[in-house]
Ligand binder design. Structure first.
Ligand code: ADP
Ligand code: MG
Length: 385
């Protein structure tokens, strides 16, 4: 990661003037996977891994953005009448500018240098960290007020409509609203949030499987379609339901005959996962780490068997974790088909846990996991040099 001084110096060397600095974090989701686009519950935390932007306004309406990760500089004219997505990383950047402008925010042109310590495509949401860092920078440079909920929604809209990934609100919302040392239990229908402190007796550990299967975004959109199909098929018997959020596990069981097996299992993951999130938040608040961990394990099994979004490597990582001493629970985190697991581990056992996972994962797969303990951070902000 660039230090703040390096970021500033890098910007000056490239663009020849003094920037303002901003940061937006990646995230880990403790529990509540694929529930966000079903109006359900999630419990993510913002990470210390973040995307940093050095930015300065221009007198015209051109955006010139350099990504250090991509080693590429791209330009965009805010006045271009019908901007077309380019089907690459620049869509995350310009999509946000387009959605801000469509929402009536009059932006200025800008030069922006982007660096990120969030690993790209690992399920820790480098995409939202990029979107939110760009959105916040553009609003700040234009001297416009920043509403964190609105910013999250506009960044999600950029990813949905400009990138073409039908993600829910989770990643953008937590990148905007994260809190130091806390996870947030979020109701994705009302967008109400509750701060849930991480129990000091436990450590949140993230392990990267180092694999990312290409089918991820196509399969993601298919899962979303299955959920919509479930709602459509259940509506005649359950009345005015808008999303799987409105269906209880009992109701689903009662009417399972209406659904084909795959749709039923997709729906079962969502309706049981919603209940697990509510219970896990209460367990964490009550200091019941064992219960919270058991719910995380059940979440993994549900993603593996019902939602079918895990893969051999992340299954292996979770199974390794489940057997180690001091582990309360472990599950895949993020959209799926690779990426990371999140584990809740007894504080005193965390170092030994991380060492043991590395060895066992290498033995099982030949891959070197990157594994780290996290301490949740606050959402997007300006950075002072
Ligand atoms: P995740 O959000 O889990 O990291 P995604 O597939 O949603 O995975 O987003 C990863 C994509 O976001 C990258 O392939 C790239 O297009 C874009 N991206 C994220 N961060 C950067 C960055 N710093 N520079 C350029 N592109 C980035
Ligand atoms: Mg993403």
């Amino acid at each position: 990661m660039f230090t703040i001084e390096e970021l500033e110096a890098g910007f000056k060397a490239r663009f020849g003037r003094q920037p303002q600095l901003f940061r937006a974090p990646g995230r880990v989701n403790l529990i509540g996977e694929h529930t966000d686009y079903n109006d359900g519950f999630i419990m993510p935390a913002a990470l210390e891994y973040e995307t940093r932007a050095a930015a300065a306004a221009r007198a015209d309406r051109i955006l010139r953005v350099h990504s250090v990760s991509r080693n590429e500089t791209v330009e965009f004219d805010l006045d271009s009448p019908n901007p077309a997505p380019r089907k690459d990383w620049t869509d995350y950047v310009f999509g946000v500018a387009v959605m801000l402008e469509r929402a009536g925010k009059r932006l200025t042109g800008a030069d922006i240098l982007i660096v990120s310590s969030v690993p790209l495509g690992s399920g820790l949401s480098s995409s939202a960290a990029l979107e939110v860092s760009i959105g916040y920078s553009l609003l700040a440079l234009a001297g416009l007020p920043i509403d964190r909920v609105e910013l999250a929604k506009l960044c999600q809209k950029a990813e949905n409509e400009y990138v073409g990934m039908r993600c829910g609100i989770m990643d953008q919302f937590i990148s905007c609203n994260g809190e130091h040392d806390h996870a947030l239990m979020i109701d994705c229908r009302s967008l109400e949030k509750r701060s849930v402190p991480i129990d000091p007796r436990a450590v949140v550990v993230v392990a990267n499987s180092m694999v990312h299967h290409e089918l991820a975004s196509g399969e993601y959109n298919k899962r979303r379609a299955s959920c919509e199909e479930g709602v459509r098929l259940l509506r005649p018997v359950l009345g005015d339901i808008k999303a799987l959020r409105d269906v209880s596990p009992d109701q689903l069981e009662q009417h399972k005959a209406l659904l084909d097996d795959v749709t039923y299992r997709r729906c079962r993951h969502i309706v049981t996962e919603n209940d697990r999130v509510v219970e896990a938040a209460a367990a964490l608040e009550a200091g019941d780490l064992a219960r919270c961990g058991a719910l995380m394990n059940a979440s993994h099994v549900s993603m593996r068997d019902d939602y079918e979004i895990t893969c051999d490597e992340v299954d292996k990582l979770a199974e390794i974790a489940w057997k180690l001493p001091g582990v309360f629970g472990s599950r895949m985190t993020g959209g799926g088909f690779g990426g990371c697991t999140v584990s809740l581990v007894e504080a005193g056992a965390a170092e030994a846990f991380m060492a043991a996972v590395k060895v066992a994962y290498k033995e099982a797969t030949g891959l070197d996991t990157v594994i780290f303990a996290c301490s949740p951070r606050e959402g997007v902000s300006a950075l002072s040099a």
